[in-house]
Design a protein around this ligand. Structure first.
Ligand SMILES: *Cc1c(COP(=O)(O)O)cnc(C)c1O
Length: 367
């Protein structure tokens, strides 16, 4: 780990093991050596995504895969139900709008979680909807939406369940095949412990069937071409070779620990952070808390940017401010991926307590 400790909800800390694998000499991607790496990576991605379905990898930030999922699985004019309670749910909705889909937007106040009943009602009202767009961990509010319960509704409907799991995957439990989630989107720089630059989309058979009827324009994010190449452990375009080598190592680390243990570690560290913060007399923002990060409401008279600045300048701990309407009002304390350890949480809590005290909040001092 470097001088600074990244307790931000992306990018996150990259373990040395993963960094080291990226500094080896370059290899060419149209070779048996690279194919062998890709074969292992594709297999391990399936285990981490809890699926037997193909997981496509792209050189892009997570948003690229979100856009790709809309472009490839839907058709101009298709009705989609967007369920959002934060900035990232809104992004998925906005991408669908940009491409001319008929978006029915269900918006809840920031901090709340979607209820399966509301999604059930929306599906009844719009029986012709082709997809439901949902977020596993809404990183702007630290809420985790009930993906499993929503999947129980969509799997018997005509609508695909498309989940933005960019920050949630590897932190909050997600069992794609068991739960019947059709599409899972992810990015490299959060729970997967990699630098930014890779995005992923896992698509099940129901979703693959939708590719053919899609008439939206696409070139780089072409799932049909990517799937065809994947079967030969190849990619249509030049892959991000160094990042993929890092990915191989990161996946190995996750699987050595085991996904259930990885989720349990996140749950344990998240519970600890939440309970310590509550004991300081502070309010948590999320109604249904994700294990990837904790959103802490700033007490009256304390600005989040001052707390964040003290943590950075005095403790070399980096946390994130709120986004959009929440800017200045919350501090987002991430405990995802490689930064999800007791030691990192301790350092974060110490820095946070000190910064609050320096900002004039007394309750923290009593601890
Ligand atoms: C970080 C994040 C994104 C955006 O990913 P980029 O890699 O910045 O494109 C999308 N959705 C969620 C839930 C995120 O946390």
């Amino acid at each position: 780990m470097g001088d600074f400790l990244l307790l931000t909800p992306g990018p996150t800390e990259v373990p040395k093991r993963v960094l080291d694998t990226q500094s080896v000499p370059m290899i060419h991607h149209r070779t048996k050596d690279y194919q062998a790496i890709l074969e292992r990576v594709n297999r391990d991605l399936q285990r981490v995504f809890c699926t037997a379905q193909p997981v496509l990898t792209f050189a892009s930030s997570g948003t690229g895969a979100m856009e790709g999922s809309i472009l490839n699985l839907l058709r101009r004019g298709d009705k989609v139900l967007s369920v959002s309670a934060g900035k990232w749910g809104e992004r998925y909705r906005d991408i669908a709008r940009v491409y001319g889909l008929d978006v029915k937007s269900y918006e809840l106040p920031y901090g709340q979680a979607v209820t399966p009943e509301a999604v059930g009602q929306a599906l009844k009202e719009h029986a012709d909807a082709k997809a439901v767009l949902l977020t596993l961990c809404e990183t702007s509010t630290a809420v985790t939406h009930p993906v499993k319960d929503v999947a129980a509704l969509t799997r018997n409907s005509g609508a695909l369940l498309m989940v933005d799991a960019i920050s949630g995957l590897g932190c909050d439990e997600l069992r794609m095949d068991d739960w019947g989630v059709d599409v899972v989107v992810c990015g490299s720089q959060k729970g997967l412990m990699l630098p930014p630059g890779l995005s992923f989309v896992a698509i099940n058979e129901r979703a693959v069937k939708m590719i053919e009827r899609s008439d939206l324009p696409k070139y780089y994010f072409n799932f049909a071409d990517t799937l065809k190449a994947l079967k030969k452990n190849d990619t249509p375009f030049t892959p991000a070779v160094s990042l993929v080598r890092g990915l191989e190592e990161a996946l190995k680390m996750l699987l050595e620990e085991g996904m259930e243990q990885v989720w349990a570690r996140h749950e344990r560290v998240a519970r600890r952070v939440r309970s310590e913060v509550s004991a300081m007399g502070l309010k948590l923002f999320a109604q249904r808390a994700s294990n990837a990060l904790t959103a802490i409401v700033m007490p009256d008279g304390v600005a989040s940017k001052d707390v964040i600045k003290t943590m950075r300048d005095t403790h070399k701990v980096i946390m994130a401010d709120g986004q959009g309407e929440l800017q200045g009002k919350i501090v987002r304390f991430a405990h995802m991926g490689a930064a999800c350890t007791d030691a990192a949480a301790d350092r974060g809590l110490t820095a946070f307590r000190d910064a609050l005290e320096k900002a004039g909040y007394a309750a923290a001092a009593r601890r």
